[in-house]
Each structure stands twice: as structure tokens, then as C-alpha cells.
Design a protein around this ligand. Sequence first.
Ligand SMILES: Nc1ncnc2c1ncn2[C@@H]1O[C@H](COP(=O)(O)OP(=O)(O)OP(=O)(O)O)[C@@H](O)[C@H]1O
Ligand SMILES: [Mg+2]
Length: 267
Amino acid sequence: MIEFSDVWLRMGNHDTFKGINLRVWPGGTRVILGLSGSGKSTILKLMLGLIKPDRGTIRIGDRTVTSMDEQEWQTVRHDMSMVFQGSALFDSLTVGENVGYRLREEGVHQEAAIEQRVSRSLCFVGLEDTVDMMPSDLSGGMKKRVAIARALAWGPKIILYDEPTGGLDPANSLMVSELILRLHKQGGVSQVVVTHDLDIARRVAVRFAIINDGTIVFDGKEEELRRSTDPSVLALLKPDADVAGLQGEGNGRILQEPTPTIPGGQA
Ligand SMILES: Nc1ncnc2c1ncn2[C@@H]1O[C@H](COP(=O)(O)OP(=O)(O)OP(=O)(O)O)[C@@H](O)[C@H]1O
Ligand SMILES: [Mg+2]
């Protein structure tokens, strides 16, 4: 479980967080919605220990991480993978090298085991044929799926996604949502998805938290969301007008694939 209790954070001369309370249950998919600048990326940085809160407590698993030093944090981060907003693939490495990068850096696994994990992870995202391609040969949607494969290959207990559908067209957004949903159904991994996109939020979870002006202004189901009169909630609902029209689109191959088991095991 990840638990934020009364987390405060000041950045520059601005209180980015003013008492955040939030839980991510083991095996759950937690969606945090927020407009640009609301602090979504900052929440993930707190979960990764890249910044520390000024006040409050963060617990990850059964450990209080807020008082940890960098060495202890490294053991916590070992269980996590991050899917960055811009995919963040290394341009000079092949797709396969990108996906296996962290495993090779770690130096624990045999090359054959790494290759197997790379192949299974790429297979999971429907891109097994791209292993020898360069990132520059891929579309934005494919890069995002490779970034997810890279996160999976590590065998994490927790995957953090920063705007996983940012910059993608509707079909690719749907594909990425499907991958997150499949991982959820398969179990064994907790997922945190931060996004401004209500469409992906409702596809991957029944509950959402909404962050605005430093606090969680909403935490509940979509029906309750629609009854809200909070202006920040309404601002997120607005771009939702043509969402219904996207139902059923996307790449059939990914959507219809049988659900394989999670690639790798614990790293
Ligand atoms: N290093 C920093 N120093 C000062 N303020 C910062 C710093 N990083 C972020 N901020 C501020 O903290 C707030 C939250 O930023 P954050 O990047 O987490 O928002 P976000 O919700 O991820 O936005 P976006 O949707 O645009 O990615 C913003 O007001 C931002 O200007
Ligand atoms: Mg951000």
C-alpha cells in the first residue's frame, strides 16, 4: 500500500500540497486527475522519494519512507517502475536494449533471462517485432507501449504512470488504457496513474481522486463526479464531451489478445 497522510509541500513560494491524504491499495489502480500545474508529477516524485514533503507522512508497503535516507530509499525504489510522460526512451539504443536496460544495469540476471523478459514484455504490449528497431522508427503510441514494456520487464510491484496517454491520438490512448487495465486484472502489481484525461481515468478505474489547489477535492466514483459542482471538477469534465464516440475504437490486435501472465517475476 502507498499512503499519504496530511502531506504538505512548498515549492518556490507556492504551497503545492496543503494536506494531501491518499491511499493506493495493493493490486489497485489509483487514478489521480488534475489540471496542468495541479501537482500530478510532484505526487509521483514524492512516491519515488525524489523530493521530500515538508510535513506529513508517506508510507510505502509497510515502511514509513518520509524519514528514510537515500540508501534506504533505493531499496524502496527497487520495487517500482515509472512510465514517463515523454516515454523517455534512449534514442541510441534499440527497443530491446531500452526494455532490458535496467535489468542489465542491475547485473543480477543472466543474459538469456534478460532477453526472455524483454521478449515477454514486448509481447505483452503487442510489439515483439520491434525488438531490433530504433525508437526513432516508432510512432508516439508505440514508444509509449515500449515504455510500458520497459517498466514491466523489471518485474515491479508498483508502476507509476505520468500522463500515459499524453500526446496520443484516441486509438493509441485506448490501447494504453487497455494495457493498464489488463495489468490490473492480471493482479500482482499496484498502479498509480496521474492524468488530466478523464477518458483514461474512467477506463482504468471506477474511482478517481482529483487534486486541485493543493488538496484532494474529490475522491469517489464517476456518478458522484457528475453531481459535483466544484469548478475544478467541472473543468476536468468539460473536455469529456466526445468521449462516448471513442468507445470501441483502437487496435483490435491488442484488445483481443488473450491475457498473458505478467512478464518476469520480482526483480
Ligand atoms: N522545481 C520547482 N520549483 C518551484 N515550483 C515548482 C517546481 N516544480 C514544479 N513546480 C510547481 O509545482 C506545481 C505542480 O507542478 P507539477 O509539475 O507537479 O504539475 P502537473 O500537475 O504535473 O502539471 P502538468 O499537467 O503540466 O504536467 C506547479 O505550480 C509548478 O509550477
Ligand atoms: Mg506533470
